[in-house]
Design a protein around this ligand. Structure first.
Ligand SMILES: *Cc1c(COP(=O)(O)O)cnc(C)c1O
Length: 404
């Protein structure tokens, strides 16, 4: 658990936390949308353009070699961070959204008519629509795993849906709208009995829960670097090598080819086969600093600290009359509503006090429909949030309730 002094030194690394919003020091509780970035990562991007800028894998000149080396080092570090088997299993994309779209497109040859693809009720739109489109294209069936009133997957129901026709299950490790931690180990265990492929959307887990790919053993695991203190525009797709080998590319162009003839093109080996075009080089290279930052504090300790903050916030919020928190056992997210207050109004008023939260449907319209609500107010924590900020949030909500 981090001491007050450590949290202060962590906060000092994030320049944006000194911003004044509406005459108040910013309190940033929108970490599930994107985290803030520490100086080291901002400086790494600056350094790239001052000293390294060039394209990768192309020119044989000094800078290009350096950029290529750093990009491949970043791939290796991510491999170690996840404890994956090989760097060939790490594909760079533009984000979790592109990672899922890549899988849904490239796996198309393995999906046949009347096959079934399963997703839970509570998914992010980016883990719904690509499967919907794939099913439509292949005349396969999209089946929804039901949830209970606390937002938890109904496991027995889930088991009863599985059959020889089930080809793939895609689900979030942690739900972005409620913060619920899905029982992915149990899901993967059941899926393997039928040889079903499992995609895990780790966007909300990657900087909050230790991930050991060899132990979890999913077929695919995806996330965005911008939700782990890094820049936007970089995502990761981890996939088992034997499966990625079967993938057809879904983007075509430079970098991903072996030989191009007008009659026929052959593709490069993994991982390049799936990485057409110039990537977000500065973003990928600054991921080296992301891994360094996270390793310094360790996900294990971050999790312990965030859990403490979570429990403290949950206790305070639960003492407010007329509050409803959605979901029971959660990671670093609290999604709630205040009686007779529209979430948009609540969020607007919190902003007046310098508190940044997310309001709305959190890219999960089916889930909001399930609860028959227009949306929620969502607060989500990261390593730099403090107990004092929770106290201020609590007092501010009490004030807002009086105003409205
Ligand atoms: C943020 C998020 C996504 C989409 O990530 P992008 O960075 O916008 O591509 C997908 N799934 C979950 C669970 C998320 O939280």
């Amino acid at each position: 658990m981090f001491s007050k002094k450590e949290i202060k030194s962590i906060r000092n690394q994030f320049p944006i936390l000194n911003t004044i919003i509406n005459n108040r020091k910013l309190i940033y509780f929108d970490n599930a949308a994107t985290t803030q970035k520490p100086k080291q990562i901002i400086n790494s991007i600056k350094k790239f353009y001052y000293k390294i800028n060039s394209n990768v894998h192309r020119g044989a000149h000094f800078l290009s070699k350096k950029a290529t080396e750093k990009m491949e080092l970043s791939r290796k570090r991510i491999k170690f961070f996840l404890n994956a088997k090989s760097s060939h299993e790490i594909i760079f994309t533009s984000g979790a959204t592109e990672s899922i779209n890549l899988i849904a497109n490239s796996i198309s040859d393995l999906i046949n008519k009347n096959d079934e693809i399963l997703i839970p009720y509570s998914e992010h739109h980016s883990n719904i629509i690509p499967w919907q489109i794939l099913c439509k294209k292949k005349k396969a069936l999209l089946k929804i795993i039901p949830i209970d009133n606390n937002g938890n997957l109904k496991l027995e129901k889930f088991k009863s849906i599985l059959s020889k026709r089930t080809k793939l299950i895609s689900l979030s490790h942690v739900s972005n709208s409620l913060g619920i931690i899905n029982p992915i180990n149990k899901i993967i265990f059941e899926a393997k009995k039928y040889n079903i492929l499992v995609v895990i959307d780790g966007s909300q887990a990657i900087s909050h829960i230790p991930i050991n790919i060899k132990k979890i053993n999913p077929d695919f695991y995806v996330f965005s670097i911008h939700k782990m203190y890094g820049p936007t525009g970089v995502g990761v797709l981890y996939g088992k090598e034997e499966l990625l080998k079967l993938f057809s590319p879904y983007k075509y162009g430079g970098e991903m080819i072996k030989k191009v003839l007008f009659e026929k093109t052959t593709y490069a080996n993994l991982p390049f086969k799936l990485e057409a075009g110039t990537p977000n080089i500065e973003g990928i290279i600054s991921t080296l600093e992301v891994i360094k930052f996270i390793k310094k504090y360790s996900i294990k300790n971050i999790k312990i600290y965030e859990n403490k903050i979570m429990n403290y916030a949950t206790k305070l919020l639960n003492s407010i009359k007329g509050i409803k928190i959605y979901g029971k056992v959660r990671s670093n997210i609290i999604s709630f509503n205040l009686k007779n207050i529209h979430p948009f109004d609540g969020g607007q008023l919190l902003d007046n006090f310098g508190i940044a939260v997310r309001t709305g449907n959190h890219c999960a319209q089916p889930l909001m429909r399930f609860f028959s609500i227009p949306g929620t107010i969502r607060i989500s924590f990261a390593i730099y949030n403090s107990f004092e900020e929770i106290d201020f949030l609590f007092k501010t909500i009490l004030k807002i309730k009086k105003i409205l």
